[in-house]
Design a protein around this ligand. Sequence first.
Ligand code: ADP
Length: 496
Amino acid sequence: MYGPFTRIKTLLIANRSEVAARIQATAQRLGIKTVCVYATDDTAQAHLAHADMVFPLSGTGHHAYLAQDELLTIAQKAGADAIHPGYGFLAEISQFAQRVRDADLLFIGPSPEIIALLGDKAAARTIAQRCGIPVVPGRTFHAEQQAHAAAYATQIGYPALLKATGGGGGRGMERVNDEASFDKVWQRVVRQAERLFSCSQIVVEKYVEEPRHIEVQIAGDGTEAIHLHERDCSTQRRRQKMIEEAPAPHLPPLMRAKLHDAALRLVHATGYTSIGTVEFIVTSDDQFYFLEVNTRLQVEHGVTEMVTGVDLVALQLHIAEHNTLPLAQHQIDVRGHAIQCRVYAEDPRNDFTPSTGTINLHETCASPFARIEHSIVTPYPVAGLYDAMLSKVLTSGITRGEARTAMAHLLATYTLVGVTTNICLLAHIMQHSLFVAGNVHTQSMPVLLATFPDELPPLPPHTAALLSSALTAFAQPNKPPPPLVVPSGWKERSWR
Ligand code: ADP
């Protein structure tokens, strides 16, 4: 049963790539055995070689990792006592959390009820309002209430933002500039909502000009709640985060305190158990508005870990095992500053179109205060079947300037050959006056791109040398093309 003191001995990681590797690292540090899964077209992943057991999923591509029945069967077969969903895929599917629970396994995350409640943007807004937290002026409509929705948009004034209540990752959301374009945009968003998120409700809300995205990391055990300070995730493209940092630069102490307090009120009001993130937008005239709650580990959790020293995956596991928080608020401090850049397989010079190819060379320079998170084994196919994020790089320093300089260096020495990435843009942003000053807001991307050179810069000497030796190796006569690499030691195997 879902008891108060379940010791996790074996953890099934129901995910792939860098987040699977990240969860595995903590599990192994805590002496927990890991069971990993892979789609049959997705074998070039480093963490598979370090798993205690690996199991193939029958499908290919994104859908393979959504196979609930298969994952539950694997968990039983492997003798797992818990399932960590990572982020994306099944992490916020309440029905999966319930099925994990019904199978007498621990789901590493909040209860199915909390996931269902907060996963709905409209329901989450209502809860926030009940807690006295400001929300952006807005109202929820059914797909067939187009005329009412249009009248409401006129009432609150354009521009407006249409959001599918079940949407996520910046999708199912579109700006409407004026009355004339409302109907077209409404129909597009309704179609996306139904197709991608199986939902038919749309929130019409005021489009806030030039806000910052600031979010608060929280943790609760159903009774007690703590926050682990905030992250600034304002550097975005297509309403999706690209660069995150902790703490938020230049945040007035009063605003910081208000955000932390609002997040905690929400956690207390819902009896939240596990870790999560309460997201806000903050305007230049010091207004803040609740956006949503993410009931899972965030992609950007690492910057919080770097400044607080708290392993958030370990915290999730602890709460799941003991049903209590191991830390009190006074034990959590912020030291220094951390920045994360997401490396995407996409072309920033071509409207961020996803790129495909095969990564033949992937070299990064480790340093004591940097984290490079990926699970790439070359040759690594990028076929557009999975999320475009390839890796994450994180740096920290005593000051923001130090973390930023370290990031600029890390990006300059990051070698990835075979697909177009946003690495050059990330490096450009690190030196951009707007970012240097800590003044980026969520709509700054066009400004950041305006000075981004059209031409690719020449390769740095060390990259050119690496590339030339890699190409020489591939060009050797009689040498067969490299096979899809299966990491050494990779096989379905029993306990070590
Ligand atoms: P998702 O679940 O898709 O991530 P969010 O509600 O978290 O959606 O919003 C994602 C991003 O969209 C925010 O970080 C912000 O940049 C932008 N956004 C959301 N709501 C508004 C709004 N009312 N006005 C302006 N920008 C918004």
